[in-house]
Design a protein around this ligand. Structure first.
Ligand SMILES: Cc1cc2nc3c(=O)[nH]c(=O)nc-3n(C[C@H](O)[C@H](O)[C@H](O)COP(=O)(O)OP(=O)(O)OC[C@H]3O[C@@H](n4cnc5c(N)ncnc54)[C@H](O)[C@@H]3O)c2cc1C
Length: 418
């Protein structure tokens, strides 16, 4: 089934009876060439690119809940390529280019909106750091414009420019940054993978990984054992638990990150705005809700909900930056489980010492924007057994050797500081 304007018109005039399910609800076969554990954004994108780029279609994606029920459907949808360090910089640049062609590629409206992202700065030191970041972005071939205070005011006149605690000195403007509809990204990749023959199996929890003589043989699941030549662990906040099934411990801690949405309002915020000093960021969804969040809850947990102290902190930060949002009513808040690495950068690698086992994790609180490139690079790794050139620095052993640590924020090697 192809989507097009003509199709929408035709269906609209004929009672919308011709739409089909977006993917097959498959049941597991006894064996596959490859298994992807985790039906989030990264797992689905990996399966899609394995089929699309490498012609490997005898694949199952095993999801313990429903497709898109994890962080891919819980994030605040920001898509950007404004990283500083080599390794991250080329990877996220590649990802943004994939985003820019994603709707045509998937024939699916993921509502990618390049409305521009502005990171505010509040001191001379921060201005220097953002100037360096902007230069790194431009050198990578991406876009960045350093705005002074009046430049920020032209874009974001509703901010409180009079506050003295964190006066607004300026901002780093990334015009190609923006948002995308998170569920649609999961659904679009699911549909594309299923169309190419991938089995998407929901309510199928992986409970064990079978390894014989250092070689992966398959997995055990709540729907029975399934054999496979290669297995990819792509489970975000559950990475530590699933890696433990293979007898491995990962340099990952799972932390809670919360998000909030208000009632629908008329268009007021037409960018993504990030207020680093207050730990607050915000955008407005296409339905009109203000979507915002802040920092981690600062304790390790597998619960998909957060605590009130962080709720209060985020509200205070929002009110400091733009007091007018105090009038909006909060509709919902929720939490997601973040796979935090010590340097805040991800891992896409083979699992040490186990042939046929691969790991894609450590997305911290920024893995939504990474979905296309992560899927692309994980598929490349699983298909060819060699890392893709834009992900070759995402090595697992950097945490053992200390070589190649990518501490983007310069905050040190502590999970909850990233
Ligand atoms: C509140 C919040 C805001 C965020 N904001 C942004 C943002 O603005 N921009 C951005 O880039 N990133 C953001 N992120 C981060 C981003 O959402 C994640 O990094 C990313 O979605 C993680 O990858 P995923 O989509 O594959 O994860 P998930 O969707 O969580 O997928 C993992 C899947 O694995 C499944 N699974 C786990 N264990 C098993 C098992 N044993 N067997 C089978 N299946 C299993 C889970 O059920 C889950 O569906 C945010 C996250 C949160 C929570």
């Amino acid at each position: 089934m192809r989507f097009s304007g003509l199709r929408v018109l035709k269906e609209g005039l004929s009672g919308n009876k011709g739409w089909q399910a977006h993917w097959r609800d498959a049941q597991p076969k006894r064996a596959y060439d490859m298994i992807i554990i985790g039906g989030g954004g990264h797992g689905l994108a990996t399966a899609y690119y394995l089929a699309r780029n490498h012609g490997i279609t005898n694949i199952a994606v095993l999801e313990k809940g429903y497709l898109g029920g994890g962080n891919v459907g819980r994030n605040t949808t920001i898509v950007r390529a404004n990283y500083f360090l080599p390794g991250n910089s080329e990877f996220y640049s590649h990802s943004l280019k994939l985003w820019e062609g994603l709707e045509e590629d998937l024939n699916y409206n993921v509502m990618h909106s390049q409305r521009g992202l502005i990171n505010l700065f509040h001191s001379d030191g921060q201005r220097d750091a953002f100037a360096r970041r902007g230069n790194a972005m431009v050198n990578q071939g991406d876009d960045a414009i350093l705005l002074d205070r009046e430049g920020v005011r032209r874009h974001l006149p509703y901010l409180d420019f009079e506050q003295t605690r964190f006066p607004i000195y300026g901002g780093l403007y990334h015009p190609r940054g923006g948002t995308a509809r998170h569920d649609a990204v999961a659904w679009g990749y699911a549909r594309g993978a299923s169309e190419r023959g991938v089995d998407l199996i929901q309510n199928c929890e992986v409970t064990g990984i079978d390894i014989d003589g250092g070689v992966v043989k398959g997995v055990r699941t709540t729907k029975g054992p399934i054999k496979a030549g290669k297995v990819g662990i792509v489970v975000a906040g559950r990475s530590g638990q699933v890696a433990a099934m293979a007898g491995r411990s990962l340099p990952v801690e799972s932390h809670i990150l919360q998000a909030f949405v208000t009632e629908g309002l008329k268009p007021v915020i037409d960018h993504v705005v990030s207020f680093g000093m207050g730990h607050f960021y915000i955008s407005q969804s296409d339905k009109g809700g203000l979507v915002f969040g802040g920092d981690l809850d600062f304790y390790a947990s597998y619960a998909s909900r957060g605590n009130l102290p962080m709720v209060e902190h985020v509200m205070e930060a929002g009110m400091t930056l733009m007091p007018m949002i105090g009038k909006a009513k909060i509709l919902r808040s929720w939490g997601g489980i973040m796979d935090m690495t010590p340097d805040g950068s991800p891992i896409i690698d083979k699992m040490d010492g186990i042939e046929g086992l691969y790991i894609d994790c450590g997305w911290n609180y920024g893995g939504f924007k990474a979905v296309p490139a992560s899927g692309w690079c994980m598929a490349h790794l699983m298909a060819t057994n060699t890392p893709h050139e834009v992900a070759e620095k995402f090595r697992l052993d950097r945490f053992r050797t200390g070589i190649g640590i990518m501490d983007e924020e310069g905050t040190g090697s502590q999970h909850n500081l990233h």
